[in-house]
Design a protein around this ligand. Structure first.
Ligand code: THU
Length: 134
């Protein structure tokens, strides 16, 4: 498993502090480390038309793609409360698009990483780009 980096936990907390969540009041931060070692952050951004809000993971993925990168090595997701803030179903698929067998998803809280898992554990039997390649 990839070693957890304190720097990435700090970046995730910083991203979470920027969340725009006037409706749910539930802040989430996400940070991607790419296979090139670069970091991209995102926070959730809600909207008065509720379904149009975007998740923290989606923001981080958009920033990564904008920078010309497409390989997620690790993604750190942090949020509030006692429960694990695991990526929603839609975000699992969004992460999957840019994941490999080595990709690790780290679910964090204020104290650090609470659970780490592979892409296969987070989204078993997933459909991905390879399905369209044959
Ligand atoms: N949310 C995320 O940003 N990422 C997750 O992994 C779970 C949920 C957001 C969406 C919404 O703004 C708020 O958390 C409550 O669902």
């Amino acid at each position: 498993m990839t070693a957890v980096k304190t720097e990435l936990l700090d970046l995730a907390q910083q991203a979470m502090s920027k969340a725009y969540v006037p409706y749910s009041k539930f802040s989430v931060g996400a940070v991607i480390e790419t296979s090139n070692g670069h970091h991209f952050s995102g926070c959730n951004v809600e909207n008065a038309a509720y379904p149009e809000g975007t998740c923290a993971e989606a923001g981080a993925i958009a920033a990564m793609v904008l920078a010309g990168e497409t390989q997620i090595k690790d993604i750190y997701v942090t949020g509030q409360g006692e429960q694990l803030v695991t990526p929603c179903g839609g975000c699992r698929q969004k992460i999957r698009e840019f994941a490999s067998a080595d990709t690790m998803i780290h679910i964090c809280g204020p104290q650090g990483v609470r659970k780490s898992m592979t892409m296969e554990e987070l989204l078993p039997f997933s459909f991905g780009p390879e399905n369209l390649a044959s």
